[in-house]
Write a protein that binds this ligand. Structure first.
Ligand code: FMN
Length: 181
């Protein structure tokens, strides 16, 4: 079984990393875990060039390895801080690059552009009250994943990180969520 983490924080020692670690502590060792650090990958943004409307894949080749890992994954963890009620730019750029699957489905009539079904969990941290951001990010992510055979099954939100240490309740929630998979 393969678990793929899309990691959205620019920092390694971060609130998001703490939440991610709690999740990984609970995850069965039968998962092979790969982490994609989006601030290191820095995906080229989608510029709606039209390539994927006519052909499989993308005109930009910087994410071939990432997309291969995604296609092979059983579990996709999106672990990210909230930036302006959304994902940080590199993670948002990755999500825009998923447009190739939308084009495959609706422009080229491919029934299942992603063959292997996947579960996904969102691990979010926010400096202040994160309720609105959680709603927006869940909607964004579910929209993208709807053509990607990927189902968001749960979100863990650790908010108010600007003023408090990361909530023990959120860490426990992440741990128990992983245990339940
Ligand atoms: C550019 C930027 C935008 C942010 N926007 C929000 C926001 O809209 N809402 C919020 O609650 N926190 C916001 N924050 C705070 C981060 O979400 C918060 O500090 C988070 O815990 C950082 O996670 P990290 O330590 O894993 O990088 C923002 C931080 C930055 C740097």
């Amino acid at each position: 079984m393969k678990a793929l983490i899309f990691y959205g924080s620019p920092k390694r020692n971060s609130h998001t990393a703490q939440l991610c670690s709690a999740f990984l502590k609970g995850l069965s060792k039968s998962y092979e875990v790969e982490i994609v650090r989006l601030f290191e990958v820095m995906p080229t943004p989608c510029n709606d060039c039209g390539y994927c409307k006519a052909a499989d894949g993308c005109s930009k080749k910087d994410l071939e390895k990432v997309m291969k890992s995604f296609l092979e994954a059983d579990l996709v963890i999106v672990a990210s801080p909230v930036y302006l009620l959304s994902y940080p730019a590199p993670l948002k750029a990755l999500f825009d690059r998923f447009q190739r699957f939308y084009s495959a489905r609706f422009r080229r009539g491919i029934e299942k552009p992603v063959a292997k079904p996947k579960k996904s969990v969102l691990l979010l941290t926010a400096g202040s009250d994160g309720a609105e951001a959680k709603e927006i990010i869940e909607a964004q992510t579910k929209r993208a994943f709807s053509v990607m055979n990927t189902t968001v099954i749960a979100t863990v939100l650790a908010d108010n990180t600007d003023t408090k240490p990361l909530s023990q309740a959120a860490l426990q929630q992440a741990f128990l969520l992983a245990k339940s998979l």
